[in-house]
Design a protein around this ligand. Sequence first.
Ligand code: PXG
Length: 290
Amino acid sequence: MKIYINGSFFSEADAKISVFDHGLLYGDGIFEGIRMYNGRVFKLVEHVERLYYSAKAIALNIPMTQEEMIRAVVETCKANNLGDGYIRLVVTRGEGTLGLAPDRCKKPQVIIIASTIQLYPEELYTKGMSIITVPTTRNHHNAINPAIKSLNYLNNILAKIEASNAGVQEAIMLNSQGYVAECTGDNIFLVKRNQLFTPPLSAGALYGITRGTVLDLAREAGMEISEPDVTRYDVYNADECFLTGSAAELIPVTKVDGRQIGEGTPGPVFKKLLGLFHDLTKRSGTAIFE
Ligand code: PXG
């Protein structure tokens, strides 16, 4: 595997970052997780745009333009001869000194790893997964804004540990008002009487690229969509529930906090949207080899 660091490629063994990098010392940095299908990077422009929004929010100046970043991702995929895969794009504050002061870090580190990912076991995609609500609350907007895809993922990791301790693989996180925000690494969708619902971004969800894609597909298919505040009661009484994410893609949820959702099997709206999503991944994206 060839790993991109600041414009050069390194083998896995040689791809190294300083122990004084504030990405390591303080989780001071940002990242993206991007899918590649059939030699095309899916929603690359959108991911790079979100990376720069995250950078803006943490006052980090990425030392390259968005166009250069897009080219660097494409070059890394090419160097690894990747057809289907998963790209991890990371920008850290860079090497600094002990002590928080970000202005001691003179050069952000840009890292691109082009590899693969399997987030959940295959059978959960066909049977549906069981999830729970966990006590760890989603970050408040005035703490670390949940829209920032930062390297400080402890909020989500604590929730993931709670899920794992309870024997499930994913968890619903509520916001500080008690409304459903999202899951630890996925956005959440509900279906009720053929209408599609997902919590608003103001409830503490990440501006998910897959979330946006699913909303676009549903809109094009003529479905009714809304983004209301969602409570656990709404989740339990939904006809269908599913999660979205670049790593997870679309995965059905058939049980929440011990309550069966709908018929307890992946529902028709989920299946329809999954079909539309797969069609889209086959025909769109930034081609690696022109
Ligand atoms: N919410 C959170 C908190 C996320 O981190 C999503 C939703 C889905 O967003 P996208 O844009 O991917 O549709 C994410 C996505 C990983 C990894 O290890 C990354 C995510 C989730 C799980 C694993 O790369 N981020």
